[in-house]
Each structure stands twice: as structure tokens, then as C-alpha cells.
Design a protein around this ligand. Structure first.
Ligand SMILES: Nc1nc2c(c(=O)[nH]1)N[C@H]1C(S)=C(S)[C@@H](COP(=O)(O)O)O[C@H]1N2
Ligand SMILES: [Mo]
Length: 257
């Protein structure tokens, strides 16, 4: 087991540095940058490069690895204030669904499923790890969140993306929501998934779109996403801790794996 973990870490580290190199190719060739990196002032930049390990990719699997059954957890359907028309939209094959993108953006958006499907997509087979101790491997296809954010034009003061969901949970019927910072928002594997295992995301897994945030635990992967809000701070958003379980269950806001 420990050997497996070491190998996986090495693999991740390897992928991370190659992604980094690819991304910075024209930069690293510049003598100026090389000089800065070697200098004392380059300390921040070097530290930054260590931090950018968060850009490393989560492991991806093959079709042969798909879990024969993928548990549905938390809400299996939705109907709340935010998603009061959810059942009607579901019955109508989500023809009336619009993903709203607002907050600190230059161009607020209202995207239909067809709009999202017409955008560039990413398909990935990944392992979902729930904090409760179960995992499942599934194939996800969707629009990279980065594409949607680029279309909307994030303002300079935006620091987080909040996912507003159509379901409520618990005795107090609090809306489910989640949030991530811009490193995860622009991570290549962070997608708004509309397909799961080759078919439209089923209701219980968060139809019509659910977030995949592959470098973090399951509760960060918001299902039934109705609205994306770009914000400067998480203060004042519901309980202020950045997510449903963060507010009510004291779960960590950053749940990196
Ligand atoms: N809107 C919403 N998103 C949610 C949840 C939820 O209850 N509501 N549960 C979270 C938890 S704890 C997990 S493990 C995953 C489960 O996703 P799945 O049902 O596709 O397995 O969704 C996450 N996203
Ligand atoms: Mo979970």
C-alpha cells in the first residue's frame, strides 16, 4: 500500500512538473526569467512553483477500471427555493435549464445545456473519494470551468467561484452550495460535467450538471449546479465557511487529495 502511494505521488509529481514546463515553455527559455529565478528576489517565484503543485493532474483511469456501480450520495434529487422548477425542468429534459454565471464578472451569462455542449469539452475517468470512506471510478465529460469563466470575464477582484445548487439538505432545509479558489477553478480537470459514463448525468448524480473538482474530496463536487457566482470573499455567503458541510458539519473548506 505505501509503495502504491509513493508511486502515485511520484506519478503526480511527474505530471505536475511536465504540465508546468509545458505551460511556462516560452517563459523558461527567457534569460531574464532564468536570472530572476537564480536571484534572491526569485525566492517568491520559486516558492510559487512549489505551490503550483496544486496544478498537478489527478490520476486518470481507463474504461476497464470503471466501477460497476457508482453510489449516489447526499441529495438524490432537488427541489428547493433555488431550484423550485427543478422537477419541471427534469420532466422537460432540461430544455429550460439555464446556468447563470454572475457576481464579479464583466459579462453575466445564462447558458443552456446546448450552449455548454457546444463549447470545448474534456472527458476524464477519475476516482471519486468521499470523506465517508468510499470511492468509485467514473467517466465524466463536461465543459472546463475555465472556458465558462473566460467567456464571462472574471473581474480582478474575484477570488472564489461559488456553486449554487438546486437541492436543500438537513432538518433546516439549507441549500447545498460549495466554493473553490481560482487555482482549482482553472485546473484543467475542473469541469461542469453533463455526461457520466457515456450518458447524460442521471438525476441522482446531479443532473443536468455537476462539478468535478478532481483534486478534492467528494463534497466539493457540487451536484445540481444552477448558478456560478464569482466573489471576492466567502463572508456573508450562507454560513460564511464556503460550503454546506463546511457550515453545518465543520468539514475543511480545502479538501485536497
Ligand atoms: N448539490 C449537492 N451536491 C453534492 C452533495 C449533495 O448532497 N448535494 N453531496 C456531496 C457528497 S458528500 C458527495 S460524496 C458527492 C456524491 O456524488 P454522487 O452522488 O455522484 O456519488 O456529491 C457531493 N455534492
Ligand atoms: Mo461525500
Amino acid at each position: 500500500m505505501s509503495k502504491l502511494i509513493t508511486t502515485r505521488r511520484k506519478l503526480i509529481a511527474g505530471i505536475g512538473s511536465s504540465v508546468l514546463l509545458a505551460g511556462c515553455d516560452s517563459w523558461s527559455r527567457s534569460d531574464r526569467v532564468k536570472n530572476i529565478l537564480a536571484s534572491a528576489e526569485g525566492l517568491t517565484m520559486r516558492a510559487q512553483r512549489l505551490v503550483t503543485d496544486r496544478n498537478a493532474l489527478a490520476r486518470e483511469y481507463t474504461m476497464a477500471d470503471l466501477s460497476p456501480s457508482f453510489r449516489a450520495n447526499g441529495s438524490r434529487t432537488a427541489d428547493s427555493v433555488e431550484g423550485s422548477e427543478y422537477q419541471a425542468m427534469l420532466a422537460n429534459g432540461f430544455a429550460d435549464f439555464r446556468l447563470r454565471v454572475d457576481g464579479l464578472v464583466s459579462r453575466p451569462l445564462s447558458l443552456s445545456l446546448a450552449d455548454l455542449r457546444a463549447m470545448p469539452s474534456r472527458t476524464q475517468i477519475t476516482r471519486h473519494d468521499c470523506v465517508e470512506g468510499w470511492s468509485a471510478i467514473g467517466q465524466w465529460k463536461g465543459t472546463p470551468l475555465s472556458r465558462v469563466l473566460d467567456l464571462a470575464g472574471l473581474r480582478d477582484n474575484a477570488n472564489y467561484i461559488v456553486f449554487h445548487c438546486a437541492d436543500t439538505l438537513g432538518r433546516q432545509n439549507r441549500p447545498y452550495y460549495e466554493s473553490i479558489d481560482l487555482i482549482d477553478a482553472f485546473h484543467p480537470q475542473t469541469i461542469l460535467a453533463y455526461d457520466m459514463n457515456g450518458a447524460a448525468v442521471p438525476e441522482r448524480h446531479g443532473a443536468p450538471i455537476r462539478a468535478r473538482v478532481e483534486r478534492q474530496l467528494g463534497y466539493k463536487h457540487a451536484k445540481f449546479v444552477m448558478r456560478l457566482e464569482a466573489v471576492a470573499s466567502l463572508d456573508g455567503i450562507y454560513g460564511g465557511k464556503g460550503g454546506y458541510w463546511e457550515d453545518v458539519g465543520d468539514y475543511a473548506w480545502y479538501a485536497g487529495i
